[in-house]
Design a protein around this ligand. Structure first.
Ligand SMILES: Cc1cc2nc3c(=O)[nH]c(=O)nc-3n(C[C@H](O)[C@H](O)[C@H](O)COP(=O)(O)O)c2cc1C
Length: 351
């Protein structure tokens, strides 16, 4: 991302999660309650684990906003860990506090544990877990909420829907109950839809400017997302039914279908953006997977720490946030401007 950039920091059980956003224009209305509502949406959803009851994520805006509007300066967001008092010693930065309480050495299949320990040389796998955990998606959701507030200035809004949990396209809760009872977990498929996008965001001139590629990257890098699809699944459909024919009506070009999901040639085409993603089943299970202990290579069972049975609804909220960041960046790339009034000039043109 070129114009709207951000970095996040923070461990799963650390003091806090932090983000610094750079490139947000001045004068954008920021409502912390909206950000908190997005954080609450990420924490909800049927099948989430007990950790969600401990945490109620609340954002603190530590810079970049004054009297409800962005200043154009970097925005700092902080989400405190409400349970930190129970982790202060375990997550201490001081070597004198060393403890192996909560350390573990049995790799958890489906997690970053094995590759992360090889890569960074960590022996205590907690050193991998703490940052590879999806906990960091909380602060990403807060950043995405800021991007959503920017997009709202131009009438661009997003939403998501669950399409499938496990094998089922309805009765999700019963399926999640069944998996929970069996000590098992589930994945799912969801879609994210953004409306009111102007045509021409993205580009066909270079592979790294194609918007479909940027969107796929934004979703594939969410923990546990394994597939991304833009528009209708093209398999098994003839071209004559798949492509969206164009008509002329009252001097306007219209389409009667949107199988392409609003993207043609790596650019928005003015139709709603429809993007779908598939989340794998949660890898931490009450009935643990077989694994190997890195300490002595004996076979054992994977470490269990409170965990979700299914987090597809939360994942969809994270996906909305990630897409908001990509779209905010694209609006700034195409229309520039340092405040919404300047940027809105494009809405007065015929794009
Ligand atoms: C919102 C969200 C919540 C998640 N919750 C859990 C969880 O409670 N337990 C778990 O084992 N994995 C959970 N995951 C998935 C893991 O973080 C992910 O599978 C793991 O980090 C390995 O990454 P990979 O699946 O992309 O290879 C969650 C993912 C997301 C997006």
């Amino acid at each position: 991302m070129d114009k709207f950039r951000f970095l996040t920091a923070g461990e799963s059980h650390g003091r806090c999660l932090t983000a610094i956003i750079e490139g947000m224009p001045a004068g954008v209305a920021i409502d912390p309650e909206f950000i908190n509502a997005e954080l609450a949406r990420r924490q909800q959803g049927y099948g989430r684990g007990s950790r969600m009851k401990i945490e109620t994520d609340i954002v603190e805006i530590a810079s970049g906003v004054r009297f409800g509007k962005t200043l154009g300066s970097p925005i700092t967001l902080v989400i405190k860990n409400n349970d930190f008092e129970n982790w202060e010693k375990i997550m201490s930065i001081d070597p004198k506090d060393f403890t192996d309480e909560k350390s573990f050495t049995a790799y958890r299949p489906g997690h970053a544990d094995y590759a992360g320990s090889v890569k960074y040389g960590h022996v205590d796998l907690r050193n991998v877990l703490e940052r590879s955990s999806a906990r960091k998606t909380a602060i990403e959701t807060a950043v995405g909420a800021v991007a959503k507030l920017f997009l709202k200035e131009f009438g661009i809004e997003g939403k998501s829907n669950i399409l499938q949990i496990g094998n089922l396209t309805e009765n999700f809760q019963a399926e999640i109950d069944r998996a929970k009872e069996a000590g098992d977990t589930l994945g799912g498929k969801f879609e994210v839809i953004y409306e009111n996008l102007p045509a021409g965001l993205g580009s066909y001139v270079h592979w790294d400017r194609a918007l479909d590629g940027k969107l796929a990257r934004a979703l594939m890098s969410i923990p546990a997302v394994k597939a991304v699809e833009i528009g209708e699944n093209p398999l098994g459909t003839d071209g004559s039914r798949y492509h969206d024919e164009m008509y002329s009506e009252n001097g306007k070009i219209i389409r009667k279908t949107n199988h392409a999901g609003g993207i043609e040639g790596g650019m928005t085409n003015g139709e709603p953006l429809v993007i779908r993603a598939v989340m794998k089943p949660i890898p931490t299970m009450k009935t643990p997977l077989k694994t190997v202990d890195s300490a002595d290579l004996t076979e054992t069972s994977a470490h269990f720490e409170r965990s979700d049975v299914c987090a597809a609804e939360a994942c969809a909220v994270v996906a909305e946030a990630r897409i908001a960041c990509v779209l905010a960046d694209e609006i700034l790339l195409k229309f520039g401007g340092d405040n919404p009034e300047e940027i809105k000039l494009w809405q007065k043109t015929k794009i």
